[in-house]
Structure formats: C-alpha cells, structure tokens
Design a protein around this ligand. Structure first.
Ligand code: ATP
Length: 489
C-alpha cells in the first residue's frame, strides 16, 4: 500500500473520530480524568443511532412467528463459564517487550513484524520444525510461531522500539472480567461479567421453550452488554472492552443444521444491505480453523478505513452448549418431537453481531465528503460538505425544521410543525444562521430531511422539503409532511 493511501485511510478514521466528538456521537469514557481505555460513551446523536440499530435488528428478528426475545442478566452463576469453556479457553496468548513495555497479542504481533523479521522466523521454523512436519510456506511458519512463540524469542524484533530479543515468554491471558458477589472478596464469591450474551440464552432454553410453547426450529434473540478484557484495544470502536451484542440462537433438528446455517448467513448479509451498507464493502470470510464448539463458521466483514474486520459471525455451534450445560447443571436441555417421538439435543445456529461494531461500520459506510455547487442552479463556485448518508431508519434525527427568516410569523409556523412531528419522531428545530449553514449542519449529522418555512408558506400553507442525498427540494402541503416522512422512513 502506498504511503499516500495509508495516510488517506488514517485520515478518514481520524475525521470520523473527530466528527463523533464534535457532533455528539461518541465520547471517550471518563474523558475529564484522562479517559478509560477501551470504553466509550454515546452522546445525544450516538445514543439515537445505537437505539435505531438495535430497534431495526430487534424488529427483523422478533417480528417472526418462531423467534422469541430474552434479556438475561449480565452476572451469571460461575459454573456457566466453566461449562461454556470460557474459563479454560477464552484467553489470548500475549507477550511484552521488556524494553518499551508494548504488549501484543501473539497473532497481532506476527502481523506487525517486518517482512525481514518474518523471513528470519521462517528460516528458524524450517530449521527447527518437528520431524515429519515440513515447513513449506510462510503460513506454515506462522502456524508454528502461533503454536509455540517461545521458540522464536531470540529472533523477534519489537515493531515498536526496533530492539531484538527483548520479549518476555508468552503468557495466556483470560479475557473475562472478574468481580465479587457480596461483601467477601474471596475466590468462592468470584463472578464474571459476561463476555457474550449467548450463554444467557442457552441456560434459559427450557424456560423459553416451555413458556412460549415454541416448536423446533425456533430462535431466541437477545441484545445486551458484553465485556472482554482485550489485550489491545484499537481502531476506535472496533475493539473495545465494554460493548453490546445482538445475538440470536436458532435451535434446530441436527438433521437440518446445514440448511439453517445457509439460511441465516444469507439473511444476515441481506440485513446489512437493507440498511444501506454498500455491497462492495461487505464480504464473507469462511473459517477454516474452527473454535472448539463449532462445526462451521462464517464472518461478515466490513471494509473499515483501516482494513477488513468482522462485524458479525454466523456459527453452527452444534449441540455443544446445551450438552455442556446439561452435564454441568444436571438439568436436561433437550427437545421432544411429538410428531416423530424423537428426543434429542437441538443444534444451534448462532448469529452474533456487535452493536458497537455495526455502529462503527454504519458510520464509516455513511461518511462522505462532497464538492457541491454553492447555488441551486449549479452555475457558480463549489463548496465542500461532509455528509452522513445514513439509511433514514438509522438516522439519529429524522427531520429538521427551519423558518427561512425569523419574522412574519415563520418561526411560529416552524415551531408548530416541529411539535406536531415530535409526537412520533426525533425532530430538530433550528432558526440560527443562514439556511445553507443549517443544511450543512444537518448533513453532517445525517438528517435525511430538512423542512423550510418560507414566504410561500404564508400564502399557501406549503413548505419545501429537502432530501439530504440528492439535495433536491420539493414543495408539499404542511398537512402532508407527517405522511411524507412516514413513507420515507
Ligand atoms: P474478534 O475475533 O474480532 O475478537 P470474535 O470472533 O471473538 O471477534 P464473537 O465472539 O463472535 O467475536 O462476537 C460476536 C460479535 O461481537 C463480533 O462479530 C463483534 O461484532 C462483536 N465483538 C466481539 N468482541 C468485540 C470487542 N472487543 N469490541 C467490540 N465488538 C466486539
């Protein structure tokens, strides 16, 4: 990648971060105390966008006959995390540079090594590969490095400070946050902040099945906070320590798992497109190496300004979780099919999306800078505008209402329109500055429609309604505004 290109990509992320703060989408957590790494606060516009994403997901999932909702608690019995495998497996190997104190996850470190350093690793891997297992490619060498990083410590050059052989031995680091339940801080009172919402669903399988009288296949959808003590937080909202997930566990007959896996993979990618994600910015990444619980896994990746990154995973988790919870709790989590008289443990197809990462992806997807004509007839000079082209359903503010000038009763009419629309929608009233500046301010926060009360309004009760993306204006009667917006949102 050329330096110029890298610069532009970094610029875009920086511009988005700065817009987020300036316009009230996202703030660093505890900013006045210097910030808390990996945690963010959602401001007035951010919280609306976040809610809109969750709402459209919730509707998509639960306005179906065979999907129920659930909101499980964040703190759960510690045995849940033993059964799920998180106590044993949910860890990343990490390594520290003794010289500059940089801390890396092993796989991230490998990616960051210079090409020259990777070649030294490759040579070492060829020399010391176990008998019978030849190292033929850089991928083989990487596999060997990830499996046994300590073998290569002498060769490693720190990507941050450039020193050689300065790394500690690799250590395993569990990503779950621990806390204590009750007043005594001893190990018998340890509980975890959940690292995913899915386990809350599995342990409630019987409760939901019986209370809702659902028959297979059926799903349980849940939106909620998750916490991971990530070694490296990076790329703004992409990898954080406190985030939200929107996950759905779909329980199926094991004979039908592949069919439903395909079905949900398609449904989920379509959902992102339906809400405006550019198709060329999305791709599927099929996992070759699978997690201990999975039979198949595919990620939906978005092309962020810093590169491709997972926004949602679709997993065939087989009967792993229900089986393990049966084993650990002693309570049977199974299904009886009264048609075929079969009793079995269902398989689970999981759709696991991050609200936080989707938020960031929708933001990047919407961000644009354009050169536009200053005058409506397009004849004179141009100016640049920053615009967030959100799908109207996701836009934090649905419409802005302006009086063209603050006289002849225009303010009063604009206020009345605003109040009327506010019965159903988030609407912004603005009477300060030139109308062009007001449009620009709304473009920058993604408001799809601007309604202007002008002198014609005084004669015929019509207003102009301007479309954010085309910037075209049309005139409609005041009595038709609500209906017009409803049809567009
Ligand atoms: P990654 O490999 O990027 O750490 P993962 O495969 O561990 O992600 P899952 O356990 O499948 O992720 O979680 C489902 C979704 O939760 C992810 O697709 C992502 O959108 C979101 N997610 C996971 N970890 C984080 C995080 N640290 N910050 C923000 N979102 C996250």
């Amino acid at each position: 990648m050329s330096e110029k290109k890298t610069q532009t990509k970094q610029d875009t992320t920086e511009k988005i971060v700065s817009l987020c703060k300036r316009r009230g989408f996202v703030f660093q957590s505890s900013e006045i105390y210097g910030g808390l790494n990996g945690c963010y606060d959602y401001g007035p516009l951010g919280v609306e966008l976040l809610l809109n994403i969750k709402n459209v997901w919730w509707k998509e999932m639960t306005l179906r006959e065979n999907i129920e909702g659930l909101d499980a608690s964040i703190l759960m019995h510690p045995r849940v995390w033993e059964a799920s495998g998180h106590v044993e497996h949910f860890s990343d190997p990490m390594i520290d540079c003794k010289q500059c104190k940089s801390r890396y996850r092993i796989d991230v470190l490998f990616e960051m090594l210079s090409q020259k350093n990777k070649e030294t690793i490759y040579k070492k891997a060829v020399e010391s590969g176990p008998p019978g297992e030849s190292v033929n490619s850089m991928d083989d060498a990487e596999g060997m490095f990830l499996g046994n990083p300590n073998l290569f410590l002498n060769e490693l050059i720190c990507p941050n400070c450039g020193n050689k052989n300065t790394f500690t031995e690799a250590r395993s680091f569990n990503l779950m946050f621990k806390t204590y339940m009750g007043p005594l801080e001893d190990s018998s009172n340890e509980v975890y902040l959940r690292p995913e919402t899915a386990q809350g669903t599995y342990v409630n399988f019987n409760n939901v099945k019986e209370s809702s009288r659902q028959k297979l296949p059926f799903g349980i959808a849940q939106i909620g906070k998750a916490f991971r003590n990530e070694i490296n937080t990076k790329n703004f909202l992409f990898r954080v320590r406190e985030f939200e997930q929107m996950e759905m566990q779909f329980f199926v007959n094991p004979r039908e798992d592949e069919k439903w896996f395909e079905y949900w993979r398609e449904q989920r990618i379509n959902w992102f497109c339906k809400y405006g994600m550019k198709e060329n910015k999305l791709k599927l990444h099929v996992h070759e190496k699978l997690a201990h619980y999975a039979k198949a896994a595919v990620d939906i990746e978005y092309q962020f300004p810093f590169g491709w990154g997972e926004i949602e995973g679709i997993h065939n988790r087989t009967d792993f979780d229900l089986k393990r919870h049966t084993e650990y709790s002693g309570k049977k989590l199974e299904y009886f099919d009264d048609q075929t008289r079969e009793r079995f443990i269902p398989y689970v197809i999981e759709t696991a999306a991050g609200v936080t990462r989707s938020f960031f992806a929708f933001l990047c997807n919407a961000y644009d800078e354009e050169e536009i004509a200053k005058d409506l007839d397009g004849t004179s000079s141009t100016e640049s505008r920053t615009v967030l082209q959100f799908h109207p359903s996701l836009a934090p503010i649905k419409a802005a209402v302006f009086p063209l000038v603050n006289r002849e009763g225009m303010q009063e009419i604009a206020r009345n329109i605003t109040e009327d629309l506010r019965k159903d929608l988030k609407v912004f009233y603005d009477d300060s500055g030139a109308v062009g500046r007001r449009y620009r301010r709304q473009d920058e926060c993604g408001t799809p429609y601007c309604i202007t009360v002008d002198s014609d309004t005084l004669n015929n009760n019509t207003v102009t309604i301007r479309d954010r993306d085309t910037m075209r204006q049309e005139r409609i009667g005041i009595d038709r505004i609500a209906e017009y917006l409803k049809s567009m949102l």
